[in-house]
Ligand binder design. Structure first.
Ligand code: ATP
Length: 329
């Protein structure tokens, strides 16, 4: 187990993380999510031992993870960290980058492992290409294979798919997370992208205002977000009073409604005036304004003319789910 106990850290006088407590089980996949600048990368760097802590301790099993004041070479040997700059050898080939840390005393294993990792990142055809001649997304894939080749017990990934196009991203995500599961590798992943998180991780840790705002299973946090901030990490969301949704409800408590949970109606519901229609492929995202002037986001199968009046409804099941989940905001 990785134990992060009461960790605080700041750059100069500015505290970035305060009293962070976290346990990560062996083989668990945990996502750190939160708005830009909330400290995700900093926490990964701390976990890798690149920073000296102001306060707190970190242990992997019983072994302390120490910062540069105690370790001349940063990074505990059982961990690997893939940062946003990929740390590759630009003048050598893709294969050489991947196999650099594999033992030359076992040439058959070296070849097979390199081949397997090349297949996983879908770069077999580029095996003999120098890394400096690759695109940013291709370099990011090589960097992923290179850290995996080193067989870490814990892998720390900072936005590992950020440079990779959508065409490849999904198959690569599936390949990488399957590889991590098959090899029992513990993974902590910093990301903005909920599509890295919902299908692949066991737990989410939401960071905000220097601290852990929420922890939970991905689908639990998604289904019952405890704030608009958390819901917004999963998509366009609204915070709306229950008595506005159901006029008979005698409560001012608010619930989160995702944009896709509104149903459009021709004749009854919350009155909204369309302002903007954004084509999203299978639907249009509509930015609208209620009669009170509140902004609301919802989906429509077709674009809506500016100022077109429509009505929105939310199913009683959705309202009950939020109420039963205790997620009024
Ligand atoms: N080397 C540094 N020196 C001073 N301040 C820093 C340094 N690195 C990061 N910061 C600050 O620390 C805060 C947290 O940064 P960090 O990179 O950890 O956030 P993040 O959540 O990973 O952001 P992003 O999602 O944009 O990558 C930010 O306010 C940032 O400006």
């Amino acid at each position: 187990m990785l134990r992060i106990e009461n960790v605080s850290f700041g750059y100069n006088a500015d505290t970035v993380l305060e009293n962070i407590d976290l346990r990560v089980q062996r083989r668990e996949h945990v996502a750190l999510i939160g708005e830009s600048g909330c400290g995700k990368s900093t926490l990964l760097k701390i976990l890798y031992g690149l920073m000296d802590l102001e306060q707190g301790q970190i242990f992997w099993e019983d072994e302390p993870v120490l910062g540069p004041a105690y370790n001349l070479v940063p990074g505990a040997p059982f961990m690997k960290y893939l940062s946003q700059d990929f740390d590759l050898m630009p003048f050598t080939t893709v294969s050489e980058n991947i196999s650099q840390y594999l033992s030359v005393f076992y040439p058959k294993e070296l070849k097979e492992r390199t081949q397997k990792l090349l297949e996983m990142i879908e770069l077999t055809d580029f095996a003999h290409t120098k890394v400096k001649n690759l695109s940013g997304g291709q370099q990011q894939r090589v960097a992923l294979a290179r850290v995996l080749a080193q067989k870490p017990e814990i892998l720390l990934l900072d936005e590992p798919f950020s440079h990779i196009d959508n065409f490849l991203k999904n198959s690569l995500r599936r390949n990488i997370f399957k590889y991590l599961r098959d090899h029992g590798i513990t993974c902590i992943l910093a990301t903005h992208d909920y599509q890295d998180v919902l299908p692949f991780t066991d737990r989410i840790v939401v960071l905000k205002d220097k601290t852990v705002l929420a922890k939970g299973k991905p689908m639990d946090l998604y289904a019952n977000p405890k704030s608009l901030y958390i819901a917004s990490l999963f998509g366009e969301a609204n915070s709306i009073s229950i008595d506005v949704l159901k006029s008979y409800a005698n409560t001012k408590r608010k619930i989160i409604v995702y944009a896709h949970e509104f149903r459009l109606s021709e004749n009854s519901g919350i009155t909204v005036f369309a302002k903007e229609s954004y084509p999203m492929g299978p639907y249009y995202l509509i930015k609208g304004a209620s009669e009170e002037g509140d902004t609301l986001f919802f989906h429509s199968p077709f674009p809506l003319e500016p100022e077109k009046k429509v009505y929105l409804n939310v199913s009683i099941e959705t309202i009950n789910q939020r109420l039963q989940g205790g997620t009024t905001v």
